[in-house]
Write a protein that binds this ligand. Sequence first.
Ligand code: AKG
Ligand code: FE2
Length: 206
Amino acid sequence: MQLISHNGVIEIRDGQLLIGRCWPNWLADGEADNLYRHCLSGDWQQPSVKVFGRWHPIPRQQRWLGEVGCDYRYSGLLMSPETLDSQLSALMRKVSTTAEHRYNSVLMNRYRNGDDSMGWHSDSEPELGIAPQVAILSLGQARPLQLRDKRDHQRKLELELPSGSLLQLLPSAQSGYHHQLPKRKRIQGERISLTFRHIIPNYWRD
Ligand SMILES: O=C(O)CCC(=O)C(=O)O
Ligand SMILES: [Fe+2]
């Protein structure tokens, strides 16, 4: 797996296969700071999920926002979306334009310091459809995201995500690879990620 810089865009490739694209300076510093404060002021949750038969609070906080009908089910939780305000709707349209993919919802993750994390997974819930695409906008403290081959866990890649960067994970990233946001014990700063998704509306209601 390798990172290839191409006209200011970083491509994540595995041989010929394109897995993702990253725009390192997608937002200017001032815009990223404003957006960070805007997102922080919302209603953050830290639900518990069942892992191997026991309940644990997730090691971070989250918010789920989106268009009407965009319910999201993961790790046994069914989440109904908060309404997107005009600033976040405009941001989502801008992300959709860059990534050339229509998003209708966003999972916000808040990592209060290096103890907060997200373990190995792929985003492949059925309401994301057969070719899930996730675009991750990073705000605040830079943290690395790691990718690994599902069939050979030694084949890994790490990408630092600075504030204002946008990372698009293509469907190939979800089908062939896992990703995680590992703990970084020495990091004190706080990071928020906005992970844009396209949900099939009313998937869990029909
Ligand atoms: O916070 C991140 O950059 C990764 C989040 C992620 O993988 C997810 O929300 O599915
Ligand atoms: Fe993910």
